[in-house]
Structure formats: structure tokens, C-alpha cells
Ligand binder design. Structure first.
Ligand SMILES: Cc1cc2nc3c(=O)[nH]c(=O)nc-3n(C[C@H](O)[C@H](O)[C@H](O)COP(=O)(O)OP(=O)(O)OC[C@H]3O[C@@H](n4cnc5c(N)ncnc54)[C@H](O)[C@@H]3O)c2cc1C
Length: 498
């Protein structure tokens, strides 16, 4: 068992946001920083698995947001570290929509259905934006045909209604110049070292020795944090294996799904403005099921990487991709399920899922195709260190909930993709959030030092210890905690100290 140790900062979670936060702290001279990670690896939702002789990405697979006016920092990291990627364009998928008898819908029918769905998505966004502050009443919808359901799935589940045909729905309603433009192109990671190679590259200077061994004073794996307790001058962190750590500050990078679960308890409990914002955020479940075959039986060639199965049940094994562009000759297919369908397959055996998937493939390609020889069904929902795949904020929102989810409570700072205003749900969202949170914390540490030197500590220290119990609504732009408390008017200085 570890003996109690004290650090300046403890970071909880070694996904992209935890690692990018740690890197900024290390670069700014915070030597005694410690990362506690619940699982036995770094990477979090960036996770590769060796499957059928190649490396497949069970979590993030695309470097998304490339080719715009500004460089996406994750794309830059990928380029610098020589990560092998291939351009991946799913906009042609609409020309490869199969019905249940294996016929491909004529391109005119598919293009029409697609255009109608895009127009209606844009119209809905415009009306949502116009009615941002008032209640929007949904028009009753007529029952949808299998092709409409399939297209609906691509627009709203597969890409969360964010992108349509290489064109962001959001940019249709909001001029692109109003926000950072990383672009709309996407590149599939096709590298045996996996997407996670980027994390190892980022971490090599501060979490590993030159021989590649983990620096145990910086990173501890298999440490499931169960309790965070504010103390007089910091935070006490308790892990499932009975270890206790102390730090002046904590950065918590656990996912929104974990924050919604009871994995971590807070003493005092988190204030209501925080818990309400956390509860409001939707969690998306996104499951990529990989299937290995003895030979290829699906069409390959330009425009054929993606294909769609139109079924009367929405999201039923709808979206398919072959891996021939990434790994020629690998004979691997991947099918994407989301939300309810993801939960359903997570609850059944892999054999049942394989049987269902084979039934769908036989509908599309005939009864004589070979059986898959292997399958992987990731279980992001049932993973208690994830509880879902990523945060799913409404596409039009005023960002207030993100601000509340991100705002520090006392000495606990929050990070992760779900705290990114613009890029939640993406790897670059997590990466940028980690940097942003660390910078806010460094600023707070600088101010704290100044306060100490101004000899105000006798009043401010007890205030900091009590912050977590208060219902003070955070200032949205600063993390000047004592000032927030003071200015909120919810509690008098005297009262707080008592
Ligand atoms: C299936 C799937 C597909 C995706 N596809 C893409 C894509 O193509 N492109 C893209 O840009 N993004 C994609 N994403 C999203 C992207 O993976 C995430 O946005 C990003 O990796 C999140 O990083 P993070 O650091 O915020 O969180 P995480 O990676 O979840 O890191 C948090 C870490 O905290 C740890 N943790 C949790 N609880 C505790 C605890 N109590 N104690 C200690 N440690 C704890 C977890 O084990 C985890 O390692 C996908 C995600 C999934 C799941």
C-alpha cells in the first residue's frame, strides 16, 4: 500500500485531457504533480486493440476537424509524430444504401432523401436558434421509411447532427468566422501504434524514463479515485484500494458519464449549480463493432468505403465501413451502433451480436457469404470508468451548462472533452480543455502566492476550504475563488469562516 503523499497537483485520469493538463504543469515547473488513473493504461477513450493482425481503434478513430483556416493541434501532433492516417470521406455513403433484399437504392432516390433530411435539419436548427430562450414545440412527424430512418441515423446519431456531407450544419446557421475554424476534413488513424501513440509522445518527457518505464512518482495506474474531500489547505484524495493522497489542488478529468455516476463522492457535496449542469448534459454511446472475415465479399474501390443498411428499426446495424483503405487485405468490417442499440448489444453475448450482424450482412450480400471468424464488441456504457462515449450538448446552446460543468469548486478544477465549449466530444476538445484548465490553475496558484505574500491568508485559507459547500454561482470568466465567494453575496465572510 502507498504511504500518504503530498503533491502540488493531483490529476485524476490519464486520457488526452489529463495528459495535456499534466504536460502544461510540468512545463511550468510543477515538479510534484501526480496523475492517478483508474485503469491499467493511459489513453482513456483513445484505445487500440490488436485484432485480426492489425490495430483497430475501439474509441476515437478519426482525427476530425482538419483543413480549415487554423491548424488543429491534434493534427499537428499526428503529423509531427508521423502517425499514419488515411483520408476518410463518408459523404458517399448515401449512394450505397442497401434495402433488406440487398438492392441498392437508386442514386436519385438516395440523393433526394438526403437533401430533404439536410434541409429539415438546417430548418430545425434555425428555428431552435430563433427560439433559444423559449420552448420549442416539436411538430408531430410522420412515420419514416427505412431509407429516411437510415439517413436520419447518419445525420443525428452518427455525427450528432454536427456535420452533413462535409458541411457543418452548424456553419449553415452560424458564420464560420465567429469561431475557430479547424476545418471539416477527417482522417482515419491507420497505424499499428494506434491513436494512443500521440499520448505516449506527449507524455514521454514527463511521465516516462528514457527507457520507457513509468515514473512512479508522476503516474499511478489502477488507482480508482472514490472520494475527494476538501481539507483546510487542499484536497484529500482516497482511492478504492485504501490509499490516501493529498494535494493543494486537484484536476478532475473523469468523463461526464462518470460525473453523473456515483463513482466519486465529494465532501462537502458539489454545489447544486454544478450537479444540475452535470445532470443536464446528454451522454452519447457510440459503439464500433469489428468483424474479421476469411475473405472480402463487399464492394471495394472509390466511393465504396462506407455503406448503409436500411431497416425499419432505426439504428439497427445501419452504418458500415470496410477497413481496406486503412489496412488492405485485412478483411475487417466495422459497424457503428449508438445509444439504445449500443446498450442492447452491450447486454447480450458477443455470439448473439455476431449472429445479428451476420443476418444483416446476408440481407445485403446474400446467403453465401462466409461467417466472421472474430468479433470485438466494446462496452463503453458498462465501463464504470467511462459510462458512455462522449458528451452530447445540444447543437445550439448558450454554453452556460458547459461553463458550469467546467467551473472549479474550491480547489477542484474540472477538465475533459465535456468542458470544451467548441469541441466537446472530440479528441482535440479534450486536448485543448486540458491545456485550458492547467492554465487557469496556474493562474490561481499565482494569485494564491500573491495573496499569501500580502498576508491575507488568515482570512482566505478557511474560505477556500469551505468553497465546495457553498451554493455560490461561479464567475464564468475567472477562477478567482475567494473573490467569487465574497462577491456572490450568498455568504458573509464571517459566516464562511465560522
Ligand atoms: C467509440 C468512440 C469513438 C470516438 N470517435 C472519435 C473520433 O473519431 N474523433 C474524435 O476526435 N473523438 C472521438 N471520440 C471522442 C474522444 O475519444 C474523446 O473526446 C476523448 O478521448 C476524451 O478524452 P478525455 O481526456 O476527456 O477523457 P478520457 O479519455 O475518458 O480520460 C479520462 C480518464 O479518467 C479515468 N478515470 C475515470 N474515473 C476515474 C477515477 N474515479 N479515478 C481515476 N481515474 C478515472 C478514465 O479511466 C480515463 O482514462 C470517440 C469516443 C468514443 C468512445
Amino acid at each position: 500500500m502507498d504511504s500518504p503523499s503530498h503533491s502540488s497537483v493531483i490529476i485524476i485520469g490519464a486520457g488526452i485531457s489529463g495528459i495535456s493538463a499534466g504536460k502544461v504543469l510540468a512545463e511550468n515547473g510543477i515538479e510534484d504533480m501526480l496523475i492517478l488513473e483508474a485503469s491499467d493504461r493511459i489513453g482513456g477513450r483513445i484505445r487500440k486493440e490488436n485484432f485480426g493482425g492489425v490495430s483497430v481503434e475501439l474509441g476515437a478513430g478519426w482525427v476530425a476537424g482538419v483543413g480549415g483556416k487554423e491548424p488543429n493541434p491534434v493534427w499537428e501532433l499526428a503529423s509531427q509524430s508521423g502517425l499514419r492516417t488515411c483520408f476518410s470521406d463518408y459523404s458517399n455513403a448515401r449512394y450505397n444504401i442497401y434495402d433488406r433484399s440487398g438492392k441498392i437504392f437508386p442514386s436519385g432516390v438516395a440523393a433526394d432523401s438526403y437533401k430533404k433530411a439536410v434541409d429539415s435539419a438546417i430548418e430545425k436548427l434555425r428555428s431552435l436558434e430563433a427560439n433559444l430562450d423559449s420552448e420549442v414545440t416539436e411538430q408531430p412527424r410522420s412515420p419514416k421509411t427505412p431509407i429516411e430512418l437510415a439517413i436520419d441515423f447518419i445525420l443525428h446519431d452518427f455525427r450528432d447532427g454536427r456535420e452533413v456531407n462535409g458541411l457543418s450544419v452548424k456553419t449553415e446557421v452560424e458564420p464560420i468566422s465567429t469561431y475557430v475554424d479547424f476545418g471539416e476534413r477527417e482522417f482515419l488513424v491507420a497505424d499499428d501504434r494506434g491513436y494512443e501513440h500521440l499520448l505516449y509522445k506527449m507524455a514521454e518527457d514527463f511521465l516516462f524514463t528514457s527507457e520507457g518505464k513509468i515514473l512512479d512518482n508522476r503516474l499511478k495506474l489502477n488507482k480508482v479515485v472514490r472520494e475527494l474531500q476538501h481539507s483546510r489547505n487542499g484536497v484529500v484524495v482516497k482511492t478504492e484500494d485504501g490509499c490516501v493522497y493529498e494535494a493543494n489542488y486537484v484536476i478532475l478529468s473523469a468523463s461526464i458519464g462518470v460525473l453523473q455516476s456515483d463513482l466519486i463522492s465529494f465532501r462537502p457535496p458539489l454545489p447544486r449549480w454544478k450537479t444540475e449542469a452535470i445532470e443536464k448534459c446528454d451522454v452519447m454511446i457510440y459503439t464500433k463493432i469489428f468483424l474479421k472475415f476469411p475473405c472480402q465479399f463487399w464492394p471495394c474501390g472509390p466511393g465504396k468505403e462506407f455503406f448503409i443498411y436500411a431497416h425499419e428499426r432505426r439504428g439497427y446495424y445501419t452504418f458500415w465501413q470496410h477497413m481496406e483503405n486503412a489496412y488492405p487485405g485485412s478483411n475487417i468490417l466495422v459497424v457503428t451502433l449508438t445509444n439504445g442499440e449500443s446498450k442492447r448489444v452491450e447486454a447480450q453475448s458477443d455470439e448473439e451480436t455476431l449472429e445479428e450482424a451476420m443476418g444483416v450482412l446476408r440481407d445485403m450480400f446474400g446467403p453465401n457469404i462466409p461467417n466472421a471468424t472474430d468479433i470485438i464488441v466494446p462496452r463503453w456504457w458498462n465501463n464504470r470508468f467511462q459510462r458512455g462515449s462522449y458528451s452530447n450538448y445540444p447543437i445550439i446552446s448558450d454554453n452556460q451548462d458547459v461553463h458550469y460543468i467546467k467551473a472549479p469548486v474550491g480547489r477542484i478544477f474540472f477538465t475533459g472533452e465535456h468542458t470544451s465549449e467548441r469541441f466537446s466530444g472530440y479528441v482535440h476538445g479534450g486536448y485543448l480543455a486540458g491545456i485550458d484548465t492547467s492554465k487557469s490553475l496556474l493562474e490561481e496558484m499565482r494569485k494564491q502566492k500573491e495573496r499569501k505574500s500580502e498576508s491575507q491568508t488568515f482570512l482566505l485559507e478557511p474560505l477556500l476550504a469551505l468553497t465546495g459547500s457553498l451554493e455560490a454561482v461561479p464567475s464564468l470568466h475567472k477562477c478567482d475563488i475567494p473573490t467569487q465567494l465574497y462577491l456572490s453575496g450568498k455568504v458573509g465572510l464571517q459566516e464562511a469562516i465560522l
